[in-house]
Design a protein around this ligand. Structure first.
Ligand SMILES: [Zn+2]
Ligand SMILES: [Zn+2]
Length: 79
């Protein structure tokens, strides 16, 4: 399962050009929200709840993350 292009586009628009990561456990950034700027084609769509755990491919389960943040998620590479 993967996000549709329309969902990824909507997430990118919602993010406003900034990584949506707010995980305090993420050591990529010390601030509440990652300040990394996202550029088209150089970010990853992250499943907030992993598909393997019942997460959906809807926009509400999609976060636009910079690649370093995505690699720090526990489910990176799993779904
Ligand atoms: Zn980030
Ligand atoms: Zn992060």
């Amino acid at each position: 399962m993967a996000f549709s292009e329309a969902t990824k586009q909507a997430a990118f628009t919602r993010a406003g050009g900034q990584c949506e990561c707010r995980r305090l456990s993420c050591n990529v950034h010390a601030t509440m929200r990652c300040t990394t700027k996202l550029t088209a084609g150089r970010w990853h769509a992250h499943h907030v709840t992993a598909v393997a755990s019942g997460g959906s491919d809807s926009l509400s389960n999609c976060q636009a993350l910079c690649i370093p943040c995505h690699e720090k998620t526990q489910t990176y590479g799993a779904a």
